[in-house]
Design a protein around this ligand. Sequence first.
Ligand SMILES: [Zn+2]
Ligand SMILES: [Zn+2]
Length: 55
Amino acid sequence: MVHYICTGGCGQVSDLPATCNDKGCMKYHQPMTVCHCEDEKHVEAYENPNVTFEQ
Ligand SMILES: [Zn+2]
Ligand SMILES: [Zn+2]
């Protein structure tokens, strides 16, 4: 099922579209990446970090 992850290094995962809220993260305030993996490795998201939810 779809989830959203931050690929900036903080490791945040959300079930809903969101932006990163970790001030120390490279992608702070940037939209999280769409992922559909089922193994929690988020390979899809890391390979396509620019696929984010519609703003
Ligand atoms: Zn982040
Ligand atoms: Zn994933």
